[in-house]
Design a protein around this ligand. Structure first.
Ligand SMILES: [Zn+2]
Length: 451
């Protein structure tokens, strides 16, 4: 097929694909504990049907131990052609605060060319991008195709990792497309080349046998909440830079957002300054970040006049690709022990760690993608980093060290993934699907194979 034919085939496939995205996004496939399983399984069934409709001769649901099924599809490569694995996930984040949604989260609503609803971008847009790209070829694929659509990425997404390790041949490929990120802005093409890893733990501080009256004991009795606050505050200096030794600031080769863009996307209130130093790309993509994400303390409405005997906090650390999450978490824990005041009792538990990702500088698949994106977007992509982690990416990298992993997609920075009013821009989705189809074609060409 010529690039022109591919572009028109994808454009022609979009109206149907958008209807399918609406159907898929109407299913509340939240694979978190406490949410019903039926919708997740219903989304698996619809996803299977969609992958089947893309012209792959072999499609099945595969059981993933302790989790929801993944959808697997496959078409063998033409002689001498490479194989590409296409990844996305069909589970979504919970809707969160319903009052903050302008449209019901699970009633996909089209406004001004954008489809609003939980999962419309993350990551059901990824599924649709794969399907629309594949359909352009009407079953005659220029390269070998494997598709894996995961069913539990958003909640402790580590189960597919074990599956990959146990079935190494099933997902083996020369290039892997992870359609679960996006461009800095709609129409501004980018490939995500670095992801920060993550570590998290819970800290508990104990000072007293039980709560005591703040009138009778306050002023001398050690308050656990006060101690915990001092410790957490010590993690950053006045500028917001991290004070924990061994967590140096990194630098990102590539351009990040301007301060103005960032303030707008992050919704920073007027007069409030950003924290940390170095360029925004350095801070967001190549450096550590520590955030207190939860506190177990008395609420304001439940406040009584008492000195607290215990207080707990959840602490999350983002780790640049160059860092090791385990070493990092040890450094933070050690620091918190050292700054603990008054000999308070400190304990830590519920540790989780996940590694980051750094793409190689680029091989044949990346050059094929550059040409495909340049055609679909009118300019070549740039490298960007992303703050979130996709645990499977590291497993794939470990299992298939020779494979090139390419992260891109329709989740631009204003897509509000994991937040209220999530949306996907449908023109952007078409460009991403077009780029994906052009990429499959480009990769099959002799120039891409280095012949
Ligand atoms: Zn996602």
């Amino acid at each position: 097929m010529t690039p022109d034919q591919i572009e028109s085939a994808v454009a022609a496939a979009m109206p149907r694909a958008i209807e399918e995205l609406k159907r898929l996004a109407a299913i509340p496939s939240v694979a978190f504990p406490g949410h019903p399983e039926e919708p997740v399984l219903a989304a698996a069934a619809v996803t299977e049907e969609l992958v089947r409709s893309a012209g792959l001769p072999h499609v099945q649901q595969v059981a993933v131990e302790g989790s929801f099924p993944a959808i697997y599809g496959e078409a063998p490569p033409p002689p001498g052609a490479p194989t590409v694995l296409l990844y996305a996930h069909y589970d979504v984040q919970p809707a969160g605060d319903l009052a903050a949604w302008r449209t019901p989260p699970f009633e996909p609503t089209l406004i001004d060319g954008k489809l609003y609803g939980r999962g419309c971008a993350d990551d059901k847009s990824g599924i649709i991008s794969h399907i629309a790209a594949l359909r352009a070829f009407q079953g005659r694929f220029p390269v070998g195709i494997k598709v894996i659509i995961e069913g539990q990425e958003e909640y402790a997404g580590e189960r597919l990792e074990a599956f990959v390790e146990r079935n190494p041949e099933l997902l083996r490929a020369d290039a892997i497309v992870v359609a679960d990120t996006g461009n800095p802005r709609v129409g501004d093409p980018a490939v995500t080349t670095s992801l920060r890893g993550m570590a998290a733990f819970t800290i508990e501080v104990r000072t007293l046998r039980e709560a005591v009256h703040s009138g009778s004991f306050g002023g001398a009795a050690p308050d656990a909440l006060a101690a915990l606050m001092r410790m957490l505050t010590a993690l950053h200096d006045e500028n917001g830079d991290i004070r924990v030794p061994g967590l140096p600031r990194g630098s990102f080769l590539g351009q990040g957002p301007s301060e103005e863009e960032f303030r707008k996307t992050a919704g920073v209130a007027d007069g409030v300054s950003l924290v940390g130093s170095g360029s925004l790309a350095d801070r967001l993509w190549a450096s550590y970040a520590i955030t207190v994400t939860g506190l177990d303390v008395p609420t304001v409405s439940g406040a009584v006049n008492a000195v607290q005997p215990a207080a707990r906090a959840r602490v999350t650390v983002r780790v640049p690709p160059s860092g090791d999450p385990k070493t990092t978490v040890n450094a933070v824990v050690e620091f918190l022990r050292q700054v603990a005041p008054w000999g308070v009792q400190v304990s830590f538990d519920d540790f989780t760690v996940g590694s980051g990702f750094q793409a190689d500088s680029g091989g044949k698949a990346r050059s094929a993608l550059n040409r495909a994106m340049e055609r679909a977007f009118g300019r070549p992509p740039r490298d960007v980093g992303a703050g979130g982690s996709i645990p499977l990416v590291n497993t794939l990298l470990k299992q298939y060290p020779a494979a090139e992993i390419l992260l891109f997609g329709a989740e631009d920075e204003d897509a509000a993934i994991h937040a209220p009013n999530e949306r996907v821009d449908l023109d952007e989705l078409r460009r991403v699907a077009t780029a994906e189809a052009l990429f499959l074609q480009e990769l099959s060409l002799p120039s891409a194979l280095g012949v």
